[in-house]
Design a protein around this ligand. Structure first.
Ligand code: ASP
Ligand code: MG
Length: 476
């Protein structure tokens, strides 16, 4: 066994977003990066659609009944891809990779047009939307795979449907890991383990298929999710001695706070999955928490690296370890509404909270931070700026709440301090001291019981000051 384990390769799953797929120079950069890693890594390259293409495809599917607009969007998408293909395949394209791309684009377009006619015939169904939208990644990844071949790499192109099996939740599908593992075990593992085979696996991000075979998509920004889902599966099939995920981004890594508030905000070199989930989602909006949920139990490390500086020693690493006892960063919700529900009448009556949140959910409003006084008299929660009036109207119109409740909505901001050290009272004392010195009051507070995040509601015009003061206090 031990001997066999030694022969397993190192595997890296490398995700290239739309900002890495723009012109000849950026495609060349991808080839250079893969060249650097392939010396000692088996590589799975996951690609997003070209920038903006997913939005156009959504528009296209929604416009199925307007043939002129469809033609216009299709022509636009086609010319975006051909413009890049023209650039990346030079005159010495003896193997006719350009023509292969051209044929592939035509094939995809035929399929899109068929789906558009079905939408015209049967009306919009969730699976039609996912089917149309999935083409952004198919086009870009096929082009990347062909380009790498043109540059002398051997590649194997996979659409997400071939590897990623999901539930039926179109547009926001979740992976079915057992089924995915079976596919990876059969399709990828033998090739990864074969020392004679030196393939770069090029996999479309964002796409999967359900058990019946309909194409599904993994939610906006879902290509990152594809990368971590594949890492999970490769790890589980025991096809690697070491495995990591690298996200190539247009920033150096995850910053301690939004540089809009603190100029020159520091990069966080090392953080735990939980800390990253708190930081990456808010200020920096770099990584969706669900991507990390797919790998954290396996302890698979993630690197966030700058595509423009592939050799740089400055990057963020997310993994099982963190530096205990420190504050990692500050995130914020700059413009939100604080909904406050007050009543003395329903204290100690079970189910009141369920009713509040059901009413808000029925109005299509998602709730962020929540805090309730232990007396149960006041319940406060945060919703998006536009959702404030919706939530208030829904609660005020509900006969149950109408009689006994006073409901208000106020424009506020939330500042959240993140780090494993949050439960420590002396850390909280320092947060409040920093705010107190700046004469900033916290209107409501919630501390998560995982001890990762304390969120403070403050006045909007005090947000910048609050972030700066806390940042300075901890010299993050
Ligand atoms: N192309 C998809 C989107 O724009 C997925 C991704 O880019 O990760 O949401
Ligand atoms: Mg191999």
């Amino acid at each position: 066994m031990a001997q066999q384990a030694q022969q397993l390769p190192k595997v890296s799953i490398q995700k290239f977003g739309g900002s890495c797929l723009v012109n000849a120079a950026s495609f060349q950069k991808i080839a250079d990066i893969l060249n650097m890693y392939r010396e000692d890594h088996e590589i799975i390259a996951v690609a997003s659609a070209l920038n903006g293409v997913t939005d156009r495809l959504i528009k296209l599917a929604e416009s199925a009944k307007k043939p002129n607009l469809c033609d216009q969007i299709l022509a636009e998408i086609e010319s975006r891809h051909f413009a890049i293909a023209d650039e990346i395949f030079a005159a010495d394209d003896a193997e006719n990779y350009y023509i292969a791309v051209e044929n592939y684009v035509e094939k995809r377009f035929e399929e899109i047009e068929n789906t558009l006619s079905e939408i015209q015939e049967f009306g919009m169904k969730p699976y039609y939307l996912d089917s149309v939208v999935s083409n952004g990644e198919k086009l870009s990844t096929f082009m990347l795979s062909s380009y790498l071949q043109y540059k002398g790499f051997e590649t194997q192109f996979y659409t997400g449907e071939e590897l990623i099996i999901t539930d039926d939740n179109f547009y926001n599908a979740l992976p079915l890991f057992k089924e995915i593992q079976y596919r990876v075990d059969n399709k990828l593992k033998p090739l990864i383990l074969d020392p004679q085979v030196e393939l770069i696996f090029c996999v479309t991000g964002f796409i999967g298929r359900n058990m019946v075979g309909n194409t599904t998509t993994l939610g906006r920004g879902g290509s990152d999710f594809t990368a971590t889902i594949l890492a999970h599966a490769v790890y589980d099939t025991e096809a690697a001695s070491e495995i990591k995920v690298i996200f190539w981004k247009d920033v150096d890594g995850i910053l301690a706070t939004d540089p809009k508030y603190v100029k020159g905000a520091r990069l966080v070199p090392k953080m735990s999955y939980d800390e990253a989930k708190e930081l990456a989602f808010f200020g920096a909006k770099i990584l969706h928490p669900k991507c990390l949920a797919a790998i954290e139990k396996k302890g698979i490390p993630v690197e966030i690296r700058n595509f423009d500086k592939p050799q740089s020693k400055i990057f963020s690493q997310i993994g099982p370890d963190t530096d205990e006892g420190t504050i990692k960063g500050i995130s914020m919700l700059p413009a939100v509404q604080m909904i406050s529900v007050n009543s003395g009448a329903l204290v100690e009556i079970p189910g009141v909270l369920a009713r509040i949140f059901q009413t808000v959910a029925d109005a299509g409003v998602s709730v962020s931070m929540v805090s309730q006084s232990s007396s149960e008299v006041n319940t406060t929660f945060i919703v998006g700026d536009k959702d404030g009036p919706k939530a208030v109207t829904a609660l005020k119109e509900d006969p149950f709440f109408k009689l006994y409740f006073d409901v208000t909505s106020d424009p506020v901001a939330v500042v959240a301090v993140v780090g494993k050290a949050i439960p420590n009272s002396s850390i909280k004392a320092r947060i409040y001291k920093a705010l107190g010195d700046a004469k900033i009051n916290s209107i409501a507070v919630a501390q998560s019981s995982d001890g990762m995040n304390i969120s403070l509601v403050i006045k909007r015009d005090q947000l910048k000051d609050a972030v700066t003061k806390i940042y300075e206090e901890f010299k993050i």
